[in-house]
Design a protein around this ligand. Structure first.
Ligand SMILES: CC(C)(COP(=O)(O)OP(=O)(O)OC[C@H]1O[C@@H](n2cnc3c(N)ncnc32)[C@H](O)[C@@H]1OP(=O)(O)O)[C@@H](O)C(=O)NCCC(=O)NCCS
Length: 177
């Protein structure tokens, strides 16, 4: 039985994130018309960032994966995009997927040129609010075991490691007491 509620107002919000080096990113829900921007963003990832996100060195996303990642009807997942100030390029993506409602699994990617500027934290903060609004009771994540950046990010937002350490590790954060 799912306790996931219908579309929440907070998820629709548009927020701005000012980086320490003086740029502005706009965080908002992903839109169907972002598809080409999203594909360009994935195509532009460095091999390392791509591997850390997808756990494989895929050169290009197959169309069926793009369809799945850009499925925006709100049933399967909630997706946030960060764009540059002018909305031209997608520079970050955060999502949670209702793997086992009311539990969901998150994934975050920040484009190489925007990493280490607090954008991952801003996206995760927005994602936590959206997850609460949608009735998610536990958020999980999976990362490569040697991914120190995401480990720091998740720990800073109250996630802890769970399960065995292999090539990947699992993270969890309860959203209700
Ligand atoms: C993980 C990722 C999303 C972080 O985004 P970001 O915008 O660079 O992160 P932020 O600037 O918000 O930093 C978040 C925290 O991570 C730390 N951090 C960032 N990069 C780091 C690195 N390479 N090594 C150690 N810590 C790092 C920051 O110091 C910060 O910690 P703090 O809040 O305690 O100060 C980004 O590096 C990324 O997209 N990586 C590739 C894809 C990926 O690994 N996705 C995760 C799979 S779910």
């Amino acid at each position: 039985v799912s306790t996931v509620a219908a579309s929440p107002p907070a998820t629709a919000e548009v927020t701005r994130h000012r980086t320490p080096d003086g740029r502005v990113a706009v965080v908002r829900p992903a839109r169907p018309e972002d598809r080409a921007r999203f594909v360009a963003a994935v195509d532009g990832l460095s091999p390392q960032t791509r591997y850390q996100r997808f756990f494989s060195p895929i050169p290009r996303l197959p169309v069926r994966d793009i369809d799945r990642l850009m499925d925006l009807d709100g049933t399967r997942q909630v997706v946030l995009h960060a764009t540059d100030e002018h909305g031209v390029a997608v520079v970050g993506v955060a999502r949670f997927v209702f793997t086992d409602p009311p539990e969901a699994e998150l994934a975050i990617t920040v484009g190489d040129a925007w990493q280490h500027q607090g954008l991952g934290g801003a996206l995760l903060d927005r994602l936590l609010v959206a997850a609460g609004d949608r009735g998610v009771v536990r958020l999980t994540a999976e990362s490569l075991a040697d991914n120190r950046a995401v480990a720091a990010l998740l720990r800073s937002r109250g996630f802890h490691r769970t399960g065995p350490v292999g090539l990947t590790v699992s993270w969890v954060r309860p959203l209700v007491d």
